[in-house]
Design a protein around this ligand. Sequence first.
Ligand code: C2E
Ligand code: MG
Ligand code: MG
Length: 718
Amino acid sequence: MKTYKQILLEQKPLFLYILLIYAIAGTAVVFRKPLHGIFGEENYVTIHLVIEIFVAFCSLAIANQIWLSSKFKQNSKIIYTGALFLAMGILGITHAISYKGMPFFINESDSYAAGWFYMTSRLLFPAGLLAILVIKEKQISTAKRVMAYAGSFLFSVFIAIIVYWPSRLLPELIEEGGVTVLKSNLQTLAFILTVLLIVLLIKQIRIWPRFFIFMIAASLNLLCSDVMFVSYADVYDIYNFTGHIFQFSAYWLVYKSFYFFTVEQPFIALMNSNKSLEQKERKIKQLAYYDEGTTLPNERFLRETLNEQLLQTDSRKALIVFGVDRYEGVKNALGTVYADRMLEMIAQRVKEQLPPGYLLYKLPEDRFAVFIAQYETEQTVQQLIQKLQQTMDETLVIEHFTVSSALNIGVSRYPADTKSAEDLVQFAQFAAYEAAKKDDRIAFYTASMQEARAARLMLEHDLKRAVEQCELFVEYQPQLDLHSGTIHSAEALVRWRHPEKGLIAPLDFIPVAEESGLIIPIGKWVLETACAETVMWQNKHKKTMTVAVNLSIGQLYEKDFPLFVKQTLDRTGLEPSHLQLEITESMTVNTNLIIPVLQELKNLGVTIAVDDFGTGYSSLSYLKDFPIDCLKIDRSFIRSILENPDDEALVRMILSMAKHLNLKVVAEGIETAEQLDYLLKNGCDKIQGYFISRPIPYEAFEAEYPAIQQFADEQLKN
Ligand code: C2E
Ligand code: MG
Ligand code: MG
């Protein structure tokens, strides 16, 4: 809230104006004697008339302005003020024309009529404004607006009739030698009312500081005029003239304040609202054509550019669309803020690499586009692709995490692939999608890609049905404990028997499930089934069996996931220590979010394993902060353990570090006796792989268990 000082300081011009008025008044007081009679009888009437015309003009102008500006918005206080000033304006005119020395009008002009017209008007000012300040503000009808003005007009006519009535109905106000006691008293009453008005105005100053300050200044001027009007010796006294100057000045200030209120201020408000409207329009346009995060032109911009360009020339053109590898992973693990940051960094790098004349567009999700408006040979396209790929040579550092990423680049060509802008965009996106599966991460659009995309959508549709109609089942892959030589754990792996397509591998449908959110119901079902079947198996064999269940990141983010695990254990009767949950290495990136969930799970008594270890981002050193029990070395390292010294070194390092960190190690994908031998010698805790057993349905796991164990015994003996 503004202080009084601030409010006053904002009105410097007003103070200069008031200073000027007081300088005039001061001069008049000091030089009262020599100035007495300066205008003389002859000139005095004209000078008075001029001043009064100004006063009346101000009043009528206020009335008029309020009348015009209240056409659409009829606020009671404003309308009544207008009506008040209409009456004061009319009384001002009658005062001027009836003034002593003016030509004959209805009767001989003398100070009787002029005095009463003045006095009525002078009393109306504070009394009327006081009343208006205290009444309640409300909206009034058009009819009331007319009635207020008409009433005010009739009131002035009524006063005129009384004053001009042939036999004088009212006492005299001015006599030979000065004002009467009645005039002095009425002037004092006006003075007191004006002081009251000033107090009320000061109280409300904060509502419209400028308006009220002007009104206060005007009222003060009127007070000064009162002092002058009771002190003059005769009408030729300079005090009378100064009183009129104060009076005029007061009305001028009131006029200014209403001008501000009814014209200037609404105009400024209109200007401001226009300005903000313009800003909003600009913003809407910005939003419509530019991406908010990267500020790059967006897909709509691209489509419109393509539509224009394709029409212009028939030269060969190409559209490159690229997606960002690992974007989903970063988004899931670190959250959208960091994922967006990743996109911004990539956008910046690509912009720096693009040759002049090329524009980078941002498409939805993690995709970008570059349009080649004309090219002669494929080499131009290839060179640009190379440049794009180079932008990812250096790893990205996002919030202390170093992420190596790549661009999956798809290209569609005009007119070879299509002549429509719409298709050009879509085809390049299909190609980018396919590029993700290729080693060089580049794909030029071919007709089959459209089918691949359609097939994927179809798969998602079918998967939904699969969940509902129990087309899923779980297979178990035994794990051999190398210390005891027994099989007392197995990994549960989900399978999908599609009614038409037959068995579908998890690697083909788990990503679809993750993207579509179907992983949540699927994950729940697998956990429930694995726990229940393990209990069944234990009861049958009278042996303990631990089951390892794979988790997807979406499940860990699910609210109350640990609670669900607990309820599942309770429902199925599986001992918590007989359940191992497998998370993947990439899930360990978002420490803040994941650690508390893992901790809660561990508190239940289940164990946690990190699956596919060695393929993701994490380093062993910070795994020590994670509440985990076990590492599963990815089968890609085991595969070439005996041929590739790098892989061999890595596996050996994982084994020794795991020992230091007190973690168990499971080696995945053991397919040969040599691999088993190596792991046995190097102190690996458990192995899992086709060599011992493929994943098998529950019934087979029950029936074949003794045989599998026997095979393992034989292998370990050799
Ligand atoms: P994973 O958890 O690493 O599972 C091990 C994968 O390696 C399984 O493939 C298994 O059949 C395969 N495997 C085991 N031994 C050998 C071997 O000696 N040689 C070779 N070449 N492969 C071997 P599968 O069943 O196709 O599963 C693939 C991935 O799908 C799993 O990798 C896991 O990440 C995911 N997955 C499977 N079931 C589920 C599930 O219920 N939920 C979630 N979220 N993911 C699952
Ligand atoms: Mg696994
Ligand atoms: Mg694995």
